[in-house]
Design a protein around this ligand. Structure first.
Ligand code: FAD
Ligand code: NAI
Length: 477
């Protein structure tokens, strides 16, 4: 094999875990390749994986556009701005989203060139051992065979199907179809009130759909701090999302008039609803299809994820795995952190990922964001804690914005005052949470945040006030 086909590091998958791992490996001086099979409608490579193509980026583009539409229809009047003849240009909204995606795809191509990462467009499959490393065949638009001493599997995840209701992406939609609906459905059904259900349900509600969300569990957003989840449930219901908890789906049937969902409600009563379209967002499954891991003996765990240790090593020396295809939260930034850490470990450095300080954000309006432990977790673990909350209603900047919904909540250790968790439902919670992440990473106390000067007027003052509230010292509430 020519030396052109021999690499130090090969990354399979060009999503946030894979492309970032490839860039970091190249920065560390490794001869690096990345294989990715995603292609756009024209058959061209579309680097960035689920996140860039059918996940984080297009969903946030549509969330932004639909929020503008909703504000123009309702919120502007309060500011003294009258909008006459407001109408939705859905093709333009979708076109803009495609443009945002393409800019991100192109950005990664540029970054690969800049960092001298060799890109192969196609599916990567393990073909066997090669000396101290492994041979990987590439098939698809590019056909090739390459070798590497170190391989990073970053093949991501796919939407989970509901048995008996396969995705057709026209009527029964995964996240892919949910991002490309070409006419606002009069009635939209969503199965699963998780992150995708709430974000995509919000998009289509804002542009005029009547949205019903059917959730199997009896509690709303079980992983979120209960107080925050209750507040969010109240706000979303007020906006018009019909969220039904504790349902049992009995069947999904496609017909001339759309798709009918038969279910039992929380009280066990039989119900039937017909929707124009149905989004099924009941979680995601790791993607190990066609990867040939059996050829090299990489093991999966009992849930089908590639089994890895705390440092992302598989059971096979030189083969690593990161991102959605391994245990842990399915988040782009978690995938990136793992990708960087693995590249650094290959270089003999101490890659660092702190699972206790990975932030979560749900990009609804208001946004929900949190880091660390919830109050219910601390109770369960028997940890003595103090809690402090501050409502945006009492924040001057929020009043000026015209968005006073929600609160910031701090949880700190009763004895040491160390911050154990921060939970926000409110405007731009996605940005506000970063302060809490930094504070927790440096093991700050609530008192530390309470004594730091925050700009006025700013939403971040609510963070400082919630930290003060931990010791019942709020100044503005
Ligand atoms: P992926 O992004 O799935 O990338 C894997 C890549 O590998 C893909 O390009 C795939 O085609 C390729 N591939 C797979 N097998 C092979 C093979 N054998 N050969 C070659 N290529 C292969 N997370 C957030 O943090 N914030 C958000 O706002 C957010 N929003 C989301 C919205 C939606 C609708 C969805 C579905 C997800 C969202 N996520 C979000 C989750 C986020 O997209 C994932 O956590 C992230 O993409 C995982 O990155 P990854 O690199 O592990 O895998
Ligand atoms: P999810 O795990 O967030 O939510 C799935 C929901 O479906 C749960 O509430 C679950 O109880 C429910 N459910 C499961 N089976 C059901 C059934 N048969 N009937 C009714 N309800 C059922 O999964 P989702 O929304 O599909 O998203 C997948 C992942 O993608 C998320 O967990 C997250 O990691 C990632 N993501 C992240 C985003 C962000 O960071 N803002 C945005 C979107 C997705």
């Amino acid at each position: 094999m020519s030396t052109e086909k021999q690499f130090d590091v090969v990354v399979i998958g060009g999503g946030p875990g894979g492309y970032v791992a490839a860039i970091r490996a190249a920065q560390l001086g490794f001869k690096t390749a990345c294989i990715d099979e995603w292609q756009n409608a024209k058959g061209a490579p579309a680097l960035g994986g689920t996140c860039t193509n059918v996940g984080c980026i297009p969903s946030k583009a549509l969330l932004q556009s639909s929020e503008h539409f909703e504000h123009a229809g309702h919120a502007f009047a309060e500011h003294g701005i009258d909008v006459a003849g407001l109408s939705l240009n859905l093709p333009q909204m979708l076109k803009r989203k495609e443009g945002v995606v393409k800019a991100n795809n192109d950005g990664i191509v540029y970054l690969f060139k800049k960092n001298k990462v060799t890109f192969f467009h196609g599916r990567g499959t393990f073909a066997g051992k090669a000396g101290e490393g492994y041979t990987i065949n590439v098939s698809g638009p590019t056909t090739d065979s390459i070798t590497a001493k170190n391989v990073i599997i970053a093949t991501g995840s796919n939407a989970r199907e509901l048995p008996g209701a396969p995705f057709d992406e026209k009527v029964i939609l995964s996240n892919t179809g949910a991002l490309t609906i070409d006419a606002v459905p009069a009635k939209l059904g969503v199965i699963g009130a998780g992150v995708i259900g709430l974000e995509m349900g919000s998009v289509w509600r804002r542009v005029g759909a009547k949205v019903t969300v059917l959730e199997g569990l009896p509690t709303f957003l079980g992983a979120v701090d209960e107080q925050i989840a209750k507040e969010a449930h109240k706000l979303f219901t007020k906006q018009g999302l019909d969220i039904q908890l504790g349902v049992k789906i009995n069947g999904v049937t496609k017909g001339d008039k759309g798709v009918t969902v038969d279910y039992a409600d929380a009280a066990g009563a039989a119900k039937s609803e017909t929707f124009d379209r149905l989004i099924i967002s009941i979680g995601r499954v790791p993607n190990t299809n066609g990867l040939g891991i059996e050829t090299v003996g990489v093991q999966l765990d009992e849930r089908g994820f590639v089994a890895v240790d705390d440092e992302c090593r598989t059971n096979v020396p030189g083969i690593w795995a990161v991102g959605d295809v391994v245990r842990g939260p399915m988040l782009a930034h978690k995938a990136e952190e793992e990708g960087v850490a693995v590249a650094e470990r290959i270089a003999g450095q101490h890659g660092h990922v702190n699972f206790n300080t990975i932030p979560w954000v749900i990009y609804t309006s208001p946004e929900i964001a949190w880091v660390g432990k919830t109050e219910q977790q601390l109770k369960k673990e028997g940890v003595a804690y103090k809690a402090g909350t501050f409502p945006f209603m009492a924040n001057g900047r929020a009043r000026a914005l015209g968005d006073t919904s929600g609160m910031v909540k701090f949880l700190a250790d009763s004895t040491t005052d160390e911050i154990l968790g921060v939970h926000i439902v409110g405007p731009v919670a996605s940005e506000l949470i970063s302060e809490a992440v930094v504070a927790m990473e440096f093991r700050a106390s609530a008192e530390d945040i309470a004594r730091i000067c925050h700009a006025h007027p700013s939403l971040s003052e609510a963070t400082k006030e919630a930290a003060l509230a931990v010791d019942k010292r709020s100044l503005n509430f």
